[in-house]
Design a protein around this ligand. Structure first.
Ligand code: KMH
Ligand code: ZN
Length: 276
């Protein structure tokens, strides 16, 4: 079976130190968390950035500071900035980190309720705009799908030339407003992507490790990290993103699945252009 790519979503835009004091805000904290995840076996860092007080930002300069810091300590890791940012940001605000020409970036593939009164807006035109930018600039999109309808959107926009193959999906499962995180939901999404596509699964909260297990068995890939879940086990806060990655590595080892390093991850995902 293909080696397992582990993505660490180290920070997110919504999770706070109140949820887990190890959630990183400062540049130094982000670098430390990225390094802990990389040392544990992550080959991709999915990156949001914050100001020092925890406020999420898509500011290009802040991204550059954090990316430079991460590259100084683990130069080979793949850095995947978010273009989702936080609810309420404009398209151009969200796209700022793509100006740094990263190898990868997320591309959110539909609109959904996002807890309480929030709506995470990704209109068809937004997705086309982001998709076109990523093709032009040689950035591999991670196609974030929070529901089955978003996979259908991807397949339609691929036919229209806004998304290229080979496609790499991220099933984000268990967000209030998106698809749930049960095994039947996973099987439904997994069976809805083209045979030559790759995927990673990001289970939110209590779904993180059961869905990781399903993807390990299925030959898919796994995302973990504070953005999705702050617990190592029920009632036990993770001390670092590295602890969450390490748990996935242990699960994979038990099941006989080897872990991909960043060079192997690039090969599996068909990342040709070493941007950034
Ligand atoms: N923070 C969410 C509203 C992404 O990174 O592209 C969006 C998000 C998706 O986290
Ligand atoms: Zn994100």
């Amino acid at each position: 079976m293909e080696k397992l790519i582990i993505t660490a979503a180290i920070c997110g835009a919504e999770v706070l130190k109140e949820h887990n004091p190890a959630v990183p805000y400062t540049v130094e904290e982000c670098v430390k968390e990225a390094l802990s995840a990389y040392n544990a076996g992550a080959s991709i860092i999915h990156l949001h950035v914050r100001y020092d007080d925890g406020t999420p930002t898509q500011d290009k300069a802040r991204f550059k500071e954090v990316i430079d810091g991460i590259k100084a300590v683990c130069p080979e890791v793949i850095i995947q900035p978010s273009t989702g940012g936080a609810v309420g940001m404009t398209d151009d605000e969200r796209l700022q980190p793509t100006e740094l020409r990263p190898e990868m970036a997320t591309l959110d593939c539909g609109t959904l309720n996002f807890g309480g009164d929030d709506i995470f807006v990704n209109t068809e035109n937004t997705i086309k705009y982001f998709g076109k930018r990523m093709i032009e600039w040689g950035i591999k999109p991670e196609l974030e799908c929070f529901d089955k309808s978003m996979i259908d959107m991807v397949l339609r926009l691929h036919k229209k030339g806004f998304i290229e193959t080979p496609m790499h999906f991220d099933f984000v499962m268990g967000v209030n407003g998106g698809i749930g995180g049960d095994l039947r939901d996973f099987v439904f999404l997994r069976g809805s992507i083209p045979p030559d596509a790759t995927y990673t699964v990001a289970g939110v909260g209590r779904y993180e490790f059961p869905l990781a297990m399903a993807a390990i068995i299925d030959g898919g890939h796994v995302r973990v990290g504070f953005e999705d879940n702050v617990y190592l086990a029920k009632g036990v806060l993770a001390k670092s993103n590295g602890e969450l990655v390490d748990k996935v590595v242990r699960m994979a080892k038990e099941l006989g699945r080897d872990i991909a390093n960043p060079a192997e991850a690039r090969q599996i995902l068909g990342i040709k252009q070493l941007n950034g």
